[in-house]
Design a protein around this ligand. Structure first.
Ligand SMILES: Cc1cc2nc3c(=O)[nH]c(=O)nc-3n(C[C@H](O)[C@H](O)[C@H](O)COP(=O)(O)OP(=O)(O)OC[C@H]3O[C@@H](n4cnc5c(N)ncnc54)[C@H](O)[C@@H]3O)c2cc1C
Length: 371
């Protein structure tokens, strides 16, 4: 083991126990859970927290959406969300389909625990539904809005309150193994810690490569969003979120306007994503088919990357070959709704506590499943 001199140590700007790379919901929630027990440093490349996927979501808590493991994590997150006033608010979710979409509609209805409702009931909830097109409707009350900013800033506050540190504009550029752990550098700082938590969102595999750890094959997928004025000038605030079958579009009230997504999954390299005009136009056309009010203009648009592991479940655990490297990736399209359960599990595994989640669920999230 190389002997570190006093001068070497003094050049370090930080000496925490744990370095978390990524200031999105994954990194901040895990850091907040760890901070009461360890000295934690969060490094975020951008100037603002939640700049990438975490600042671009649809902000929905729909616990039955995702792989079976994700569903369990999302269900396990509910109590935590409900313990903080204002994090969840009622929304509800409406599924609509054409006559020829019956098979997909029926499958979505069962998988996401919707109840079938009549078209009259659907129109009462979503007055612009086009009855000439929609033939089937289902409703689920269990979908709720998440105040994502409240959640994100809440975790950041908890972390700082427990003595943890966040450094922004700190894009990690080198990660070197030392005898005791890792030495991490960014343009104007460096730190050493025994454990590295990789919560870099779309960049998780890039961070692994920097550390000399085998990447696991994560794929960032772009999803775009358009924000349009309230259709027909109506009050949309109590409308449910509305989905087309097979999730080929959705819309959701958003502060007096409506967000509409083509719900695409287009694989791409990690980058600061933006919406593709053609994809948006096609998605808006799918939405417009089901409504009586045309889209006349866009207020804004954006896109984010939903990053999936090969089996579309989260990856939470120490690397099989490099135990000082902890993976917290693959949040896909459920990173907010699963964050309380996922971060608690990450903290339990790191701190050596027995997880409350079942052993089979923990094993299904372990990076060792990729061999
Ligand atoms: C359009 C859209 C709709 C969505 N809707 C929902 C929804 O309704 N409900 C839900 O639960 N989820 C939703 N999601 C998914 C959710 O937003 C993500 O799963 C979640 O935000 C991922 O969080 P993260 O912290 O892993 O990633 P990010 O928020 O991307 O954070 C990772 C951070 O790591 C930083 N980083 C990367 N490399 C480095 C480096 N070398 N050094 C320092 N920092 C680095 C990045 O700058 C980034 O800020 C949606 C996503 C999108 C795009």
């Amino acid at each position: 083991m190389p002997v570190r001199t006093k001068v070497d140590r003094m050049s370090l700007t930080h000496t925490p126990d744990i370095i978390v790379i990524g200031g999105g919901i994954a990194g901040l929630s895990a850091a907040a859970r760890l901070a009461p027990h360890s000295r934690v440093l969060v490094l975020e490349a951008e100037e603002a927290l939640g700049h990438h996927a975490s600042g671009r979501s649809a902000a929905l808590y729909e616990p039955y959406y995702g792989s079976p493991a994700v569903v369990q994590l999302s269900l396990a997150s509910g109590d935590y969300f409900r313990s903080i006033p204002g994090v969840l608010a009622p929304r509800g979710m409406l599924l609509v389909g054409r006559e020829d979409q019956r098979a997909q509609f029926d499958s979505d209805l069962v998988r996401m625990e919707f109840d079938r409702v009549s078209l009259d009931e659907a129109v009462a909830m979503f007055p612009i539904l086009n009855r000439d097109v929609a033939a089937h409707a289902g409703y689920a009350a269990h979908a709720e809005d998440i105040d994502t900013d409240l959640l994100l800033q809440g975790f950041a506050k908890t972390l700082r309150g427990a003595g943890g540190e966040i450094v922004t504009k700190a894009r990690v550029s080198t990660i070197a193994r030392t005898g005791a752990g890792w030495r991490v550098t960014w343009p104007d700082g460096e730190a050493e810690a025994a454990l590295l938590v990789n919560a870099a969102g779309a960049w998780v595999d890039e961070v692994a490569k920097l550390a000399g750890v085998q990447p696991l094959g994560f794929v960032p997928n772009r999803r775009s969003m358009a924000r349009i004025p309230a259709p027909g000038g109506l009050d949309v605030s109590n409308w449910p979120m509305v989905f087309g079958p097979g999730e080929d579009w959705y819309c959701k009230p958003d502060a007096g306007a409506l967000i509409v997504s083509p719900a695409e999954e287009h694989p791409m390299e990690p980058h600061d994503a933006w919406a593709d005009d053609m994809v948006l136009a096609e998605g808006l056309a799918r939405y417009e088919e089901f409504v009586t009010e045309p889209v006349t203009r866009l207020l804004s648009n954006w896109a984010g990357l939903r990053t999936f592991a090969p089996d579309r479940s989260l990856v939470i655990g120490r690397d099989a070959r490099e135990p000082a490297f902890f993976w917290l990736g693959g949040q896909g399209g459920q990173g907010f709704q699963s964050c309380a359960g996922a971060s608690q599990l990450a903290a339990d595994l790191i701190l050596g506590a027995v997880p409350e989640l079942s052993a089979s669920l923990v094993a299904s999230l372990d990076p060792a499943r990729f061999g």
